[in-house]
Write a protein that binds this ligand. Structure first.
Ligand code: CAO
Length: 427
């Protein structure tokens, strides 16, 4: 048994950051990687995990303290000092649900008195909760507007959320219908697959769990429509090949993506409702006058969507270099929180991998996403004859609450026209 002081690790470019939550108490047993603190800067929320498993002996910081790299935060009694030190992970405000076990409903069913404050039909649109509770709610798919807060000034605390989930499960039993954003869906099937043959259970890593929570929310809360279009990129491809060497001389690679970003920005400027979000109440459309384009990157850890900021102010070569840097960082898990935030529209390109079409899921709270598949030679009827043209399949999924079908078709038509003749971008 040794006592070890935990110091705040490197938290990136932040100088002094405020402690907004302390997640453990003295005497509490913590596991390696269990979050100890939540810090908040003006840009991101960060959870600071314990590098060791052990027992918290003393907390050296409190809510409201300002901390920086090297600030002592706790003394932990470590049972086995050979424990490996967990790497620090930064949590982007919008992207990182707090990893907490769902309370096991089986052993002690809560009493009627316990459940009384937790009803599922008393929405509170102005629910107040801290970032870690919000993240946990996102991960569990719970709409916080439905959870009564019993913390100071009616704030929703973690115990409220746990009580609410327990109440739901107890009210419905094993086959409970769980309300997700007001929709009732059947609870996941509880199947013992081992009865049917050999199996292996692989835990989902954080990136996949975060992506799963976000995709699920989008899938259940956004009425999706996908509009397909083919862009004739014969000339664009010639232009791209002609400039590959120049790009390489600048140390970058000119793929389709920078052209897509350029064309998308121009189309967004012409169709501002595609560069927007619905407000929380669904009553106002927030139209953004900035063009921050998220790009889905396939990594061995799962899907990550870094954001190219102010894409409207960048040249093709600048976009190519930035996209390369962001995708390399995503794959090395070295993106900063601010590089994952603030997207106003997303592009998901599977063109380098293959496939003819797919239906991407809108990256909530954005309202549209462009899917791009593999370019292929196609016969196109022109002036009385079929001519071979290079066609790029586009799949635009959008939130039908915000975008009408006609607007979706106009947007993809315009995008295809811009890609077919890059000179149109100058008009
Ligand atoms: N048609 C034909 N070829 C294409 C193409 C397309 N639509 N898009 C890319 N290519 C080519 C590139 O030009 C490159 O070939 P060259 O070396 O001959 O130029 C090759 O395919 C590989 O490209 P790339 O994938 O490395 O680069 P990219 O800029 O096109 O894409 C990135 C970068 C990060 C988007 C990509 O690597 C990736 O991760 N894609 C997967 C995204 C994903 O998983 N989306 C699904 C999310 S669910 O909605």
């Amino acid at each position: 048994m040794t006592e070890q002081e935990i110091k705040l690790p490197d938290i990136g470019d932040f100088d002094a950051v405020e402690v907004i939550e302390v997640l453990v108490k003295p005497g509490e047993r913590v596991t390696a990687e269990q979050s100890l603190l939540v810090l908040e800067s003006d840009k991101a929320t960060m959870e600071i995990p314990s590098p060791f498993a052990g027992v918290v002996r003393k907390l050296l910081v409190a809510v409201g303290d300002s901390v920086r790299e090297g600030t002592p935060i706790a003394i932990v009694e470590v049972a086995d000092s050979r424990q490996t030190v967990a790497p620090i992970e930064l949590a982007a405000t919008e992207a990182e649900p707090h990893a907490v076990d769902v309370p096991d409903p089986a052993p002690a069913a809560p009493s009627a008195a316990d459940l009384a404050p937790y009803t599922v039909d008393a929405p509170q649109p102005d629910a107040h909760a801290g970032p870690s509770v919000r993240r946990l709610a996102r991960e569990l798919g719970v709409d916080l507007a439905l959870v009564p807060g019993r913390g100071p000034k009616g704030r929703i605390i973690e115990a409220d959320l746990q009580g609410y989930v327990k109440a739901l499960v107890a009210q419905g039993g094993a086959a409970a219908a769980v309300p997700i954003a007001g929709i009732h869906v059947a609870a996941p099937a509880d199947v013992d697959f081992a009865k049917f043959g050999p199996i292996e259970s692989e835990p989902l890593n954080r990136v996949r769990r975060i992506a799963a929570a976000n995709l699920h929310r989008s899938w259940v809360s956004v009425p999706h429509v996908t509009q397909f279009e083919d862009a004739d990129v014969t000339e664009l491809e010639t232009f791209r090949q002609d400039h590959r060497a120049e790009a390489e001389a600048r140390g970058t690679k000119l793929t389709f993506l920078p052209f897509l970003v350029k064309a998308v920005v121009k189309a967004l400027q012409e169709f501002p409702h595609f560069n927007a979000s619905l407000d929380r109440g669904g009553e106002n459309l927030i139209v953004k006058r900035y063009y921050h384009i998220g790009v889905a990157v396939d990594t061995e850890h799962g899907l990550v969507v870094p954001v190219v900021r102010d894409a409207d102010r960048k040249s093709l070569f600048e976009l190519a270099a930035e996209l390369q840097e962001l995708s390399e960082k995503a794959r090395a898990r070295r993106l900063r929180p601010e590089q994952l935030q603030g997207g106003s529209f997303s592009i998901s390109s599977l063109g380098g991998i293959g496939g003819t079409r797919f239906t991407p899921i809108v990256n909530h709270p954005e309202v549209a996403i462009l899917g791009v598949s593999r370019m292929a030679w196609k016969p196109v009827w022109q002036d009385g004859a079929f001519v071979p043209r290079r066609m790029l399949p586009l799949s635009l999924s959008y939130d039908h609450r915000v975008i009408d079908g006609a607007a979706g078709a106009r947007f993809t038509g315009r995008l295809a026209a811009l890609l077919a003749d890059l000179r149109r971008m100058l008009l």
